[in-house]
Design a protein around this ligand. Structure first.
Ligand SMILES: Cc1cc2nc3c(=O)[nH]c(=O)nc-3n(C[C@H](O)[C@H](O)[C@H](O)COP(=O)(O)O)c2cc1C
Length: 246
């Protein structure tokens, strides 16, 4: 059967094509608000150099070149967790914590940049994440960038970070950016020393996934409130409605 021989089907096909084109052009040009959470809290070496600022600078530049707005959240601005934001009475939330929450709430997507410390993600970065509840992050995508001075590029830290972001509902995209021997990859201004084109396309693959998902999530929020059925947990994980709870 020739499907396009049917006038109604032909009109539907044209309409679908036009909608698809319109949506593709929106999603490729929408500037995203990206909260970039860094991991390095070190101030003094050895080991030298302290690589975190170089990687953060490279990632920021690449995201901005793609038209995104980046706000950096530095773990040095946080004390070790004493009281998460969600456990304060609303009127008592410290202003600094509220300001960070606002940045995270307004973000369309997250990028976490972590060094590998003892095969784990930076405790400073995890400490930042632990200050906020999943309702701040959820229904938005995230990307993981890991680096190390060694040959594995912090992949063990990156893999360990995935379930943490998943638990918060900031779903990690599949492409990660793992940077081995990072001290030799970027100069102090965050420029790739050798083969900048390869670093551009490698990071671009991950960012393109992040942008695709962020645009898709953002567009669908106007169709359906993501929290309508999956309510944010207000007081305890028991609010997950698991069968058999007492
Ligand atoms: C406490 C600590 C633990 C480390 N553990 C690892 C590790 O497990 N794997 C690795 O490849 N490098 C490890 N390193 C080396 C780091 O990759 C290197 O020092 C890097 O510069 C850390 O990032 P930063 O400079 O931004 O803090 C470790 C460094 C420190 C300070």
């Amino acid at each position: 059967m020739n499907l396009l021989g049917n006038t109604t089907l032909r009109k539907n096909a044209i309409w679908t094509y036009l909608c698809h084109r319109a949506l593709s052009s929106i999603s490729s040009t929408t500037a995203l608000n990206i909260a970039l959470i860094t991991g390095s809290t070190r101030k003094v070496g050895p080991p030298n150099p302290i690589i975190g600022p170089r990687v953060a600078s490279f990632i920021t530049k690449k995201l901005e070149e793609r038209g995104n707005k980046v706000t950096i959240i530095d773990p040095n601005e946080f004390t070790l967790l004493e009281q998460p934001e969600f456990s304060y009475r609303r009127s008592d939330v410290p202003k600094k914590l509220q300001d960070f929450k606002n940045i995270l709430m307004e973000a369309d997507a997250y990028v976490c940049v972590t060094p590998e410390y003892n095969h784990a993600p930076s405790p400073g970065l995890v400490n930042v994440l632990n200050h906020f509840g999943s309702s701040v992050f959820s229904f938005k995508p995230s990307a993981i960038v890991s680096y190390s001075a060694g040959q594995w590029g912090g992949t063990r830290a990156a893999i360990a970070l995935r379930p943490i972001l998943s638990e918060l509902g900031a779903l990690p995209v599949s492409a990660m950016i793992n940077i081995p021997n990072a001290q030799d990859v970027f100069d102090e201004d965050g420029n790739a020393i050798n083969d900048p084109e390869s670093w551009n396309s490698y990071s671009g693959r991950c960012f393109s996934q992040l942008e695709w998902w962020a645009n898709a999530a953002s567009a669908h929020k106007s169709v359906k409130d993501p929290f309508a059925e999956s309510k944010p947990l207000q007081s305890s994980p028991s609010q997950r409605n698991a069968p058999g709870k007492t």
